[in-house]
Design a protein around this ligand. Structure first.
Ligand code: M6R
Length: 634
């Protein structure tokens, strides 16, 4: 899971590549590199300059300032290490033995060992431990063969070589290739990894994600799975996997994709937490317009046929998206009376349950690029398509923040959560957006299944309309409170998060947020489970953060909190103010709302506390170690 950028045009490529990589750094940031092709006047062949640096992009930027990298054509890469440690020799671009072919790749070449073995037996020497390095060596071999066939040396020859090599590669990848002998050609290819081409004035930029195109062009051509493109200053030639020329009109980027700016905030994560009232406000405006009734309580982008005959739901997701799915499952089952199961996408791929009829499969992924989620959805689609009984037909919905992502090209229906680009690696506002999507689905199914009285359905819709204002107060008041409380965690090594019912997934999410950005060990438990083992961990050094919201399990959660207090644990409550919640040593108050909507609010103090603990420790909140925003490898 890395970011790639490639440019070809009439300006120096290196600054453009660096700017593109800066926008993609969220995808990986342990090393970076670029290669440019420079041609001397009157020469038909060029020279490749390759610069690589370990660590953040700023190191590469310094190197370029110092040593330069001339040329109007180039490729760049920001890496999240999979094969080989984050060292200069493993950073991309990788080159063939002559140094005339340079390649950047995002993904995994699954058969790289066998390919490497065969290349080594032919005498090829490798410089890195990466899976990618086989590619330039293989392209070099193919180019020699094509030359031997008497073909003209041009961009088409490079394209053909890349096509031939791709057919030898197993795995999911996106790649960009330059060749010194064709200095005005750039070849890109994608297979199950994202790649989008931006069309500028007299230049093209190709990148793993649209933020890299921000400030450059709004006209884009997302590449389809299996496609190749040959880019020259004159235009784009697009081909499908079978080598057939494709004609497709470009589309326009939405406004959101253009904005990648921290504003007055110290970190993107803090900014994105503060953007949540707006996320909710937009959602309410879009999905709960005036005039809705109990029969039709929410405006969703689906035809009536989408709901027809659905008897159960299965949700596939990873990480934070899975936590949103768990709240979703609670709502679908408890509010809409629709049996729902949630699976880790990575587990589902290899241990799917027996097929059940009339099932809606929902994939939740903010990036729309998570390899495990996409592969699990694909596998489910394939096994259902092989079934002859129409009751088992594949019916899929994707919930994502990136409607232009691979997910959208893979599933039949998309729910765009519309939260705007999220740069912080720790998901915050997209989590809220995912939760809201499930509230929409729960209302829609409840109305169709008559699982709730009309007044209950309308009440939930009304409660949801108040969420933006509640959130506005919460982010305002809790920012300082969380910053203050964070000091209590200066020596903390372990934290327990407790929640129950609809708020149990929020406890899991609180623990994940803290782990991700502060590197403090944290676990989330259903509060009632504490006494079955985890309670043994408690002592004054282990804070317990407990979500207690009036409703089905309020008293139970308070009793569980008492049990922790009796073991001298420091108890922090996320609960409404009141005599019952005096049990807590510190309270992060949330409004006393109906339990159904409480997860939308209880998550905010969790996010802010995690943020401030990490910020106080001076950690890189937006780019935590070992992580990346979009996990495009298995
Ligand atoms: O893009 P996705 O929602 O599919 O990503 C899934 C997880 O990788 C993601 O939620 C991860 O857990 C985040 N870093 C959470 O903050």
């Amino acid at each position: 899971m890395c970011g790639i950028v490639a440019v070809i045009g009439s300006r120096e490529a290196a600054p453009l590549l660096l700017e593109g990589l800066r926008q993609l750094e969220y995808r990986g940031y342990d090393s970076a590199g670029l290669a440019t092709v420079h041609t001397d006047e009157g020469q038909s062949s060029g020279l490749i300059t390759c610069r690589r640096a370990k660590g953040k992009l700023v190191n590469l930027s310094r190197l370029i300032d110092e040593k330069g990298s001339p040329g109007y054509v180039g490729i760049g890469h920001t890496r999240w290490a999979t094969h080989g440690k984050p060292e200069i020799h493993n950073a991309h671009p990788h080159r063939d033995s002559s140094g005339e072919i340079a390649v950047v790749q995002n993904g995994i070449i699954e058969n790289h060992r066998a390919l490497r073995h065969s290349l080594v037996s032919e005498g090829v020497k490798f410089d890195s431990q990466t899976d990618t390095e086989v590619i330039p060596h293989l392209i070099s071999r193919e180019l020699e063969l094509l030359k031997g066939e008497g073909q003209e040396i041009n961009g088409t020859m490079l394209l053909q070589a890349v096509q031939r090599v791709s057919s030898q590669l197993k795995g999911a990848f996106a790649l960009a290739v330059v060749w010194a002998e064709t200095p005005d050609a750039l070849v890109v290819a994608r297979r199950q990894a994202p790649l989008v081409i931006g069309l500028g004035e007299g230049e093209f930029i190709c990148a793993s994600d649209t933020p890299a195109l921000a400030g450059w062009t709004r006209t884009i051509l997302p590449m389809e799975d299996g496609e190749f493109a040959l880019l020259t200053p004159l235009g784009i030639e697009l081909y499908n996997e079978e080598g057939e020329r494709q004609q497709r009109s470009p589309s326009l980027l939405s406004g959101f994709d253009q904005v990648v700016d921290k504003r007055q905030f110290r970190h993107f994560m803090l900014k994105e937490i503060h953007e949540q009232p707006e996320t909710a406000e937009l959602w309410v405006a879009r999905h709960l317009p005036r005039g809705l009734s109990a029969d039709s309580p929410v405006a969703l982008p689906f035809e009536e046929s989408f709901y027809e005959g659905i008897e159960r739901v299965q949700i596939l997701a990873c990480g934070t998206s899975r936590h949103a799915a768990m709240v979703g499952a609670y709502l679908l089952e408890q509010f809409a009376d629709l049996p729902t199961s949630v699976f880790y996408a990575s587990e589902f791929r290899y241990a799917a349950p027996p097929l059940a009829p009339n099932t809606l499969t929902i994939g939740v992924t903010q990036s729309g690029e998570t390899a495990d989620t996409l592969a699990a959805l694909l596998m489910e689609d394939e096994r259902r398509s092989a079934h002859s009984d129409p009751a088992f037909a594949s019916r899929q919905l994707g919930i994502t923040n990136r409607p232009e992502s691979s997910l959208s090209r893979q599933v039949q229906n998309i729910f765009d959560i519309g939260a705007g680009i999220e740069i912080g690696v720790a998901a915050t506002k997209t989590f809220l957006g995912q939760l809201l999507a499930f509230y929409g689905l729960a209302l829609a199914f409840a109305a169709r299944r008559s699982s709730r009285k009309p007044e209950e359905i309308l009440r939930l819709a009304e409660e949801l309309k108040s969420v933006p204002n509640y959130l506005r107060d919460l982010v305002k008041h809790h920012d300082q409170l969380a910053e203050h409380l964070a000091h209590r965690f200066s020596d903390t090594q372990d934290v327990i998060f407790l929640g129950r019912g609809i708020n149990f997934p929020i406890a899991l999410e609180g623990a994940l947020k803290l782990k991700e950005i502060s590197y403090i060990h944290a676990e989330g438990y259903p509060a009632g489970e504490m006494k079955h083992g985890p309670i043994a961990l408690l002592d004054p050094r282990v804070p317990v953060i407990s979500i207690a919201v009036p409703g089905v399990v309020f008293e139970k959660v308070l009793s569980n909190a008492q049990e922790a207090k009796a073991r001298d644990a420091q108890l922090i409550g996320i609960a409404p103010k009141g005599p019952e919640t005096e049990v807590f040593d510190a309270l992060m108050p949330i409004p006393d709302v109906c339990e159904w909507i409480s997860p939308l609010l209880s998550v905010v103090p969790m996010q802010l506390l995690s943020y401030h603990i990490a910020a106080l420790r001076g950690l890189d909140v937006d780019q935590p170690r070992n992580l990346a925003k979009s996990v495009t490898v298995e």
